[in-house]
Design a protein around this ligand. Structure first.
Ligand code: CDP
Ligand code: MG
Length: 751
């Protein structure tokens, strides 16, 4: 390994300076080559897909044959010119004008912070530049994104620019979906995926360079990666790390990595006029709709970008816009396009497509269009001023997505989106006073506001013993750390001294939240991994039920047929089994109002989990129809979410006393069967606190698996027994602590 690293280092030193001189030429060559490859790509779509060993001539021949077959010559020609423009577009991006300087700085410095306005080409171009400069010879060029959608959409775009099929030279990886192959040189991925890769390969040897994109977002995984990658850079002199950020924070990043250079991509933006609301806005959805309509009906051409907080609001906003336009006589056409992470990929891609002539586009998006995705042609931004963020909710005792006012940095980013193609306008649905006095300067980084369970498991298994010692840019509040450690401790993942237990070590291997990982391992203990695998997979995908507005009753009836009365988890299991019995058929799903795509996704997740189980030498076991054990496994990992019956459909959380309700869509609802004790997957707050995905459990199981919290009411005899048990446990704990203290003292002495 050392040998390989050294030769890579030499590569930089020796050939680095030579390459700087030929960059001008390479760009042209690359252009031609990419055009040729693009043609080959056209052919590949036809189906036979083999690469071309004979060189470009053959590409053209095959492409011509393809065009004969599929298209008229003129269409093929326009295809070709489209390819040219995609390359021309590349040359028009701001980052292109500083390409050589940028590559020089990267060559001379192991770590560089790159700052540039959104849309300057950081995400799509830098990976390609590195590749074109030859970095790909020594390993992959990775680029991390805090959001799945961004990773997928950018990889797609870059594969088109390079002229290859997505998943070959250019690919992406997100949790449960790996679209890369042996040829992959440019890999986009979520920061979570790279973080998990450091578990398997602590020096990331497969990569020669990593771009940590959107670092200003300060996502939890990015923050942890900062510390890990900083170490890797110090161990591997051949490794390059590039951190990109929107204008803010760059100094902070540079300082963290030891005063590394900051490279600025000169922006080319137009002025944006911002208009605040004069009075506080009561209903921002309504306000946004009105504003967008006013723009559409009375302002000159230019597309509109609306910022909303989440899917429901976005759908509501799109619906209202359409409805009101329909009511107007001869209103000009408006192409209304929603954009959120759960939207199917083909619909997401529509926001980048050009609308028909004289049709205005109106994109209604979550925060994802703030910096992750850039759409050209926006001249108007309408900003509701709020954002959905994951925060730890002490009342629920878990993370929840909640709506908060944006930060000033956030709303300024948003307004900037109006000035990419010409002078624009941003309409803010909040007052200037609110902007100045109610908004924070920047968002609180995720690491300081969410549950750290996953991160703690991961760092512990990377042998970071004392988390307070880890090199965090902004350390999490100690209280957060302790709370999250407590949760891991009650699950049995950490021992009394805060070290990983055997169970904890196994849990880390699964890319799942700790309780789900534990559920799988309990499934192993109880001999029902096959069933638990299905339950876990179904919980890892969006809801499978399809409920079209015009056929609600029919679809509800179809759903009810699958109900297993004591459990929503088992209902999911039942659905999956039925689907499998029906040969995983799509028409069967359609008949039963189930989303086939989502079920397929669950099947994929399941098979990936099976791979991990096999690697861990955990056999696949099944209880057949003995589903009580399945409920026990669920109980053993979710006993912290236990509730006790209080009234009809009404429960209270056993530990916190918070009221929580059965959701009307639950299998347990309205069947005349309400068990005394249930556990739930999560609590969601809409009009009330609803438990989502509920399973009835035996109180004895709670006492067995959750003995940290629960005991069965005691008679004198059992009381004696319990006291004895507690005394033994306390002694064991003391002994454990003793050993730990002694080890620590010895270690200190050695130092
Ligand atoms: O990362 P940064 O914000 O600096 O820019 P980028 O994402 O690399 O975008 C550069 C250009 O690529 C923009 O003009 C986008 O419109 C275009 N792009 C696209 O057309 N389709 C995508 N899926 C992503 C980017
Ligand atoms: Mg970007």
């Amino acid at each position: 390994k050392r040998e390989a690293n050294r030769s890579r280092e030499r590569f930089w030193e020796v050939s680095g300076s030579k390459m700087a001189k030929i960059t001008g030429v390479t760009t042209q060559e690359i252009k031609e080559e990419a055009d040729a490859r693009e043609l080959a790509g056209v052919k590949e779509d036809e189906g036979d897909g083999d690469s071309d060993p004979e060189g470009n001539g053959a590409h053209y021949k095959k492409a011509a044959k393809f065009s004969d077959h599929m298209k008229t010559t003129s269409q093929a020609a326009s295809e070709f010119s489209k390819n040219n423009t995609i390359q021309q577009q590349r040359c028009l991006l701001p980052v292109f004008s500083v390409r050589e300087e940028l590559m020089d700085v990267i060559r001379e410095n192991q770590i560089v912070v790159v700052v540039g306005e959104t849309g300057s080409g950081k995400t799509t171009q830098m990976t390609q530049y590195l590749y074109e400069e030859g970095y790909g010879k020594w390993g992959m060029i990775g680029c991390t994104q805090p959001r799945r959608v961004a990773a997928m959409s950018v990889a797609k775009r870059v594969s088109e620019e390079v002229g290859v099929k997505l998943g070959e030279e250019v690919g992406y990886a997100i949790r449960f979906e790996d679209c890369t192959g042996p040829k992959t040189k440019i890999k986009y991925m979520t920061d979570g995926v790279l973080l998990r890769e450091t578990l398997k390969e602590d020096d990331l040897d497969r990569y020669c360079a990593v771009i940590m994109d959107e670092a200003h977002e300060r996502s939890l995984n990015t923050d942890v990666l900062f510390g890990i990658l900083k170490k890797i850079v110090s161990r591997r002199r051949d490794f390059r790390l590039i951190v990109t950020s929107a204008t803010l924070n760059s100094k902070k990043f540079s300082d963290f990595f030891g005063q590394v250079p900051i490279f600025n991509i000169p922006g080319r933006t137009f002025p944006v006029q911002t208009i605040f609301s004069k009075t506080p806005v009561e209903d921002y959805v309504e306000a946004v709709v009105k504003q967008a309509l006013a723009i559409h009906l009375s302002h000159p051409q230019g597309d509109i970008l609306i910022f909303m907080t989440g899917q429901e609001e976005i759908e509501c906003c799109c619906f209202a816009l359409k409805e009101r336009l329909d009511q107007l006589e001869d209103a000009p056409e408006l192409s209304i396009l929603p954009m959120y992470s759960q939207l199917p990929a083909d619909l997401q891609a529509q926001i980048f497509e050009k609308a028909a002539d004289n049709v205005r586009k109106c994109i209604v998006s979550t925060n994802i269009a703030e910096t992750s995705l850039t759409v050209d042609g926006i001249l108007y931004v309408v900003d509701c001023g709020y954002v959905k963020m994951k925060v730890y909710n002490p009342k629920m005792g878990m993370d929840a997505l909640q709506v908060f006012p944006c930060s000033r940095a956030g709303v300024n980013q948003r307004s900037g989106r109006a000035g990419r193609t010409g002078p624009g306008t941003c309409y803010r649905m909040f007052t200037e006073v609110a902007y100045k006095s109610e908004m924070l300067e920047v968002n609180v980084p995720e690491i300081q506001r969410t549950n750290l369970g996953n991160v703690i498991l991961l760092l512990k298994s990377l042998n970071v013993e004392d988390l307070l010692d880890f090199d965090f840019m902004d350390p999490p509040p100690q209280d957060n750390l302790l709370k999250s450690m407590f949760q891991l401790w009650i699950l049995g993942a950490l021992d009394n001294t805060g070290n990983l237990t055997k169970l904890g070590r196994k849990m880390v291997q699964f890319p799942l939240d700790p309780p789900l990982a534990k559920m799988l391992l309990m499934g192993h203990q109880l001999g029902c991994t096959s069933e638990i695998l299905t339950v876990v997979s179904m919980l890892s995908v969006p809801p499978v039920f399809f409920r079209p507005t015009d056929r609600q009753e029919e679809s509800d009836a179809a759903r009810e047929k699958f109900f297993v009365p004591e459990s929503d988890h088992l209902t999911l299991l039942h659905i999956y089994n039925q689907w499998s019995n029906n040969k995983y058929r799509g028409d069967w799903c359609a008949r039963h109002f189930l989303h086939v795509k989502i079920l397929r996704k669950a099947r994929e997740v399941r098979s990936q989990m099976i791979d991990i189980m096999e690697q861990q030498r955990l056999p696949i076991t099944s209880t057949q129809l003995e589903w009580d054990t399945v409920r026990q496994a669920i109980c053993s990992s979710y006993f912290h979410h236990a509730s006790k019956l209080k009234g009809i459909g009404e429960y209270v959380n056993c530990r916190t006393g918070i009221p929580c309700h059965l959701h009307p869509t639950s299998a347990l609802y309205g069947l005349g069967y309400t068990p005394d004790y249930v556990v739930y997957h999560e609590l969601v707050m809409t009009s009330k606190e609803y438990m989502q995905c509920v399973t009835a459990v035996d109180p004895e199981w709670l006492a067995d698996y959750g003995s940290i919290f629960f005991t069965i009411k005691e008679t004198d005899e059992t009381k004696l027994r319990t006291e004895k048990k507690e005394a033994i446990e306390a002694a064991a704990m003391e002994a454990e602590m003793d050993v730990f203290r002694r080890q620590k003292a010895e270690a200190a002495k050695r130092e």
